[in-house]
Design a protein around this ligand. Sequence first.
Ligand SMILES: *Cc1c(COP(=O)(O)O)cnc(C)c1O
Length: 446
Amino acid sequence: MEQRVAPGATDDGTDVRRHIPRTDAVLRDPRLLRAADRLGAERVKSAVHRAQQRAREGAVPPEAVADTAVALLPGSAGGLRPVLNATGVVLHTNLGRAPLSAAARQAVADAAGPTDVELDLNTGVRARRGRTALAALRAAVPAADAVHVVNNGAAALVLAATALAAGREIVVGRGEMVEIGDGFRLPDLLVSTGARLREVGTTNRTTAADYADAVGPDTAFVLKVHPSNFRITGFTRAAHITELADLGVPVVVDIGSGLLTRHPLLPEEPDAHSQLTAGAALVTASGDKLLGGPQCGLLLGREDLIRALSRHPLARALRVDKLTLAALEATLNGPATPTAEALAAEPAELNRRAERLAALLRADGVDVRAVPSGATVGGGGAPGVILPSAALSLPEHYAAALRTGPVPVAGRLEAGRCLLDLRAVPEEDDGRLTDAVRSVEGRWAP
Ligand SMILES: *Cc1c(COP(=O)(O)O)cnc(C)c1O
């Protein structure tokens, strides 16, 4: 029981300060010993000092110093907390886009210590950095003669523009001069490399002839960008890769989402294989969108172009770390990613889950019902595509409480209700989700 005592006052005639336990005694609490392994001794000691200070001020009773110190300590040394993504946005940029598969998480853990990322263990000599991950990527897209991996999709474009077009021209359609998000504009990025942009066509219509007229001796490449976060409909036209492939300059295609091959549910989303077989010389993409892997930028295509990029001095500044290489390889070689599973989830099954969870929570007195919902791909992919889904509908005040609870849950607000969409919540997290909901009104104590 919390018992409030006025600062420095006495409750039973003795100074409360005399009852405050000594630091070394508090530090012997097993919970704090375990926390020291996790967070370091200094951090734990400082939490104990703060807890003792609270006791001195009378905010907590002296016997609660250890409990208070435990409560002041975070669960891990890192500041990022795991969040359940119940937003209905499969690739939520603010939630770190694609969640890694269990296989990729294991690969990251295995590579965290010293690892053979750049050493051939058979011969004992230096080997190509990340060779197994690059081989896996190459095998996943046989239409690419060569591949390279950099820090993210933007870095892939910067490297291509710098290595292939600095001081020269990139021909790009006006309808493809896109802003990705958070003020990040592709044309600004390209111009920052020293390349010049030669815009062709209009916002809604660009033809192969527009490109052909613009290509000249100073053209380094034609760039096609997938407008991944908006759609223009109506009187529109865009040139197809096949129409641009024989203009005498490479066609570079930024597909954005990182689909390596066609996805049956996302027929309009470009994929690396189709673009390369249609004549693209180079494809750039992100690793943490529809591919479902770690943040990285993929470059796939012609051997001479990949060689030029990977040997450019800038490549060293954009290279990925061993953890990314490990996660990418496991994403490519391992079982279906959480992203693939979220996309493939059957609406009827999501509905059954929602009904079951709602019934469990209603039995505990929660004002909840299962409702149909519309999920999206998000993260710059498949704009306009609605994936039928199911959600738990809760009173609006649940949104903030769930976000700030012991197991943070991100939902979305719709028509005065807090919706928890199940499409991007793996089924094995259903128990954590219902526990989080119960904890909001103290129906379950973490
Ligand atoms: C997302 C996206 C990018 C940027 O990729 P990052 O991995 O976020 O750097 C570039 N182009 C397109 C078309 C995109 O969709």
